[in-house]
Write a protein that binds this ligand. Structure first.
Ligand code: ATR
Length: 290
């Protein structure tokens, strides 16, 4: 449906570099149209050196808010007036809300992941043990959210072991969860899997155009007691998830997190419940078109 732009139209957007690949404009505009809201969502290419000016423009142009994506999620913090506890804890912002000249930085990635776990996979992290693969920004958002939702033990494996150690240390210091770094080897991962219920793959390995790639993993140690999530949404069924499913595990793709982090941003900007099925359909259409 075509968005009608009028003098009264409220503007949201996306700051990233690049932004051409993003599914968010299609998802958010479909949501605005379906509820007949006088809102529009526009992608803005913001080069790294221009971020401070772009954030000032949110006020100057009276935008309702913006999503923030790679490579700005961490760098944007000093330019904001206020951060939510989630944004503070993850050190990253993916959604800015503009309220009467004040810019509030939120992070809906972690809460979006938790909602996806609950609503797409029927999984509650309270009291569960988790294995996180990767230790970058996405891993941090997921691990912090899981710790906040009552996960008991969080094991982190990463190509660069030192980053896994740093993330584990921070989680131990700042959350109630017990975290530890483990080596990314078949033997170490296999040992941990005996006592883990949830596995979250957060690296870009297997993402289009590298969809034939798969992180090395002891798939033979998986079974029906495991839920395996991949944060990658293109393709929705990664090689990693395919092999986990073949081994008998339940699987969940990154589309759920993409959908729910967007739904939470929509709710922050509009104050309305997000039309989830409309947004999901828009995401699936984007996937088919690419
Ligand atoms: P994001 O915000 O998407 O998490 P990031 O902060 O750059 O991005 O983190 C990327 C993560 O994927 C890191 O854990 C990275 O491992 P390193 O810390 O060793 O760099 C991991 N990663 C990226 N490419 C990888 C590859 N080819 N094999 C294994 N891990 C990879």
């Amino acid at each position: 449906m075509q968005v009608k732009i009028k003098g009264t139209t409220k503007i949201c957007g996306l700051f990233g570099y690049p932004v051409e690949h993003s599914f968010s404009p299609a998802m958010q505009n479909a949501a605005f149209s379906s509820l007949l809201l006088d809102f529009v969502y526009v992608p803005f290419t913001v080069a790294p050196g221009d971020l401070a000016q772009a954030v000032r423009a949110v006020r100057a142009l009276n935008l309702v808010g913006v999503n923030v994506t790679v490579p700005h999620k961490e760098k944007v913090l000093p330019f904001l007036d206020e951060l939510t506890p989630e944004a503070q804890l993850t050190g990253a912002v993916n959604t800015i809300v503009h309220i009467e000249g004040r810019l509030v930085g939120h992070n809906t990635d972690g809460a979006g992941f938790l909602r996806a776990l609950r609503e797409e996979a029927g999984f509650s992290p309270a009291g569960k043990n988790v294995l996180v693969l990767g230790a970058g920004g996405a891993a941090r958002a997921v691990a912090v959210a899981l710790a906040g939702a009552g996960a008991q033990e969080i094991s982190i494996a990463n190509r660069t072991a030192q980053r896994a150690q740093e993330l584990a240390r921070e989680l131990n210091e700042r959350t109630p969860a017990k975290a530890r770094a483990i080596f990314w080897s078949a033997r170490h991962l296999g040992e941990v899997l005996g006592n883990v219920q949830l596995i979250v793959q957060t690296t870009p390995v297997g993402m289009t155009p590298g969809r034939e790639q798969c992180p090395s993993f002891p798939f033979h140690c998986l079974g029906r007691e495991h839920l395996v999530c991949d944060l990658i949404y293109n393709p929705p069924m990664t090689k990693f998830l395919e092999r986990a499913r073949e081994a008998g595990a339940a699987v969940s793709s990154g589309l759920g997190m993409l959908l729910h982090q967007g739904a939470l941003a929509f709710e922050l900007w509009t104050g309305k419940n997000a039309p989830l099925e409309v947004m999901r359909r828009a995401l699936l259409e984007q996937l088919q078109e690419r």
